[in-house]
Write a protein that binds this ligand. Structure first.
Ligand SMILES: Cc1ncc(C[n+]2csc(CCOP(=O)(O)OP(=O)(O)O)c2C)c(N)n1
Length: 283
């Protein structure tokens, strides 16, 4: 008898991709598809065990290009939508996608609280340091001096350092990747999905149309070994302030710790995990 052939999981879709030609989102899509495909093939979980949520923006078009169930949400609300899915079925592996504008401006409160909750899910941030879909307004991670139609004299405010924010807010997995390095990004996404708790993965990406002066930050990037020391994580986070194209940008797992998750701490959800079940309508 011929050995039963294992069907390859189909992670992509046949929808026309409408990102600009050469956009770094293509690379992020490839990394995500590689990571999910590998996890399914190695038996970590099935395709139907994943759910995705997105925001609004160039990044969020990814919703149409990944063959997974999910919810295409509102601007700034990808994370609470993901947490909501976890409350409905804590056994799902939820991946939330968002841009720097959606996360660090519109929805920053959700970031702080989800870190604090330690919900067992993965957040993938497409950080191009600009509100790109709406023509390049500055976000909270945009460098000072960036000139756009809304700020012809240049951005006046200092950028936020999101890594320091999530560490201070209690994130249990903090990673940074460079979109151009598809294999490395894929490995980090895999680790993030396997992490028990809230995994924050920031992907630095170029935008070919807006805020182009920050492109090629990958030249400053260097890989670090997985780190579990909080003090070291803080010092990695301090190495780059999002404001300059000088210095070095550490990429890799900046911090990881294991503590009980929101779902484990909340009795009814823990019971659903134990029963491998979800809320059902009871008459
Ligand atoms: C509440 C709300 N505010 C503003 C908008 C308009 N809007 C749609 S997409 C977008 C920019 C998204 O930028 P970002 O989140 O950085 O993602 P990118 O397009 O760069 O991937 C904005 C401001 C909106 N749809 N909803």
């Amino acid at each position: 008898m011929p050995a039963k052939e294992k069907k390859e999981p189909v992670i992509g879709t046949s929808y026309e991709i409408t990102w600009c030609p050469g956009c770094a989102n293509f690379m992020i899509l490839a990394s995500v598809k590689n990571a999910i495909g590998k996890l399914i093939k190695e038996g970590f979980c099935k395709q139907e065990d994943f759910a995705i949520t997105t925001d609004i923006g160039c990044n969020s078009k990814i919703f149409d290009y990944i063959n997974l169930s999910g919810f295409y949400g509102l601007h700034g609300r990808s994370l609470p939508t993901g947490v909501g899915i976890k409350f409905g079925n804590p056994n799902l592996h939820v991946l939330s996608f968002v841009g720097d504008g959606g996360l660090y401006n519109e929805g920053i409160e959700h970031l702080i609280h989800t870190c604090r909750y330690n919900s067992d899910m993965t957040l993938i941030v497409h950080d191009n340091q600009s509100f790109s879909l709406t023509a390049g307004q500055p976000t909270a991670t945009t460098q000072q001096g960036y000139k756009s139609k809304v700020e012809p004299y240049g951005e006046v405010n200092r950028p936020l350092n999101p890594l320091k924010l999530v560490l201070a807010s209690g994130a249990t997995f903090v990673a940074r990747c460079d979109a151009r390095d598809i294999n490395h990004t894929s490995e980090i996404i895999e680790k993030a999905i396997k992490h028990k708790g809230f995994a924050f993965v920031e992907i630095i990406q170029d935008c070919l149309i807006f805020n182009t002066e920050m492109n090629f930050r990958n030249k400053l990037a260097y890989k670090i070994p997985d780190n579990k020391d909080k003090k070291k994580a803080e010092s990695y986070s301090d190495e780059w302030n999002y404001n300059s194209k000088q210095g070095k940008i550490p990429i890799g797992v900046i911090y990881q710790e294991l503590i009980p998750t929101l779902e484990e701490n909340w009795k009814p959800l823990k019971e659903l995990i134990e029963k491998k079940s979800y809320w059902k309508y009871i008459k």
